[in-house]
Design a protein around this ligand. Sequence first.
Ligand SMILES: [Zn+2]
Length: 120
Amino acid sequence: MKPEKQVYFRTLLLTRINELLNGAEKTVAEMTDEQENFPDPNDRASLESDRNFELRIRDRERKLIAKMQEAIKRIDDGTFGVCDTCGGSISEKRLTARPVTTQCIDCKTKEEKMEKQRGE
Ligand SMILES: [Zn+2]
């Protein structure tokens, strides 16, 4: 992959990580607001379950952020855009749509087909 493409994908990944982190900050701010709106300790139970729900969402975001950070590491060590399964190169179009991918479209399609067959 050309150096300018590496810069492009690194910027893309960093932008998405920042977007996710900003979203997480907003969630924390909303949670703080809620707390002030429910001073009665009897409301604490429902507040706690709401918070668990928020934390589950944030857990998913955190995993996505971790995947993106791994993708940035792959840019650094030069394996970004290389298919984990066949060692071929992943198309730039696919990488732009899904920069955390580690498989080319052929291997991904094959894998999904096998998963479907196993499920039947
Ligand atoms: Zn492949």
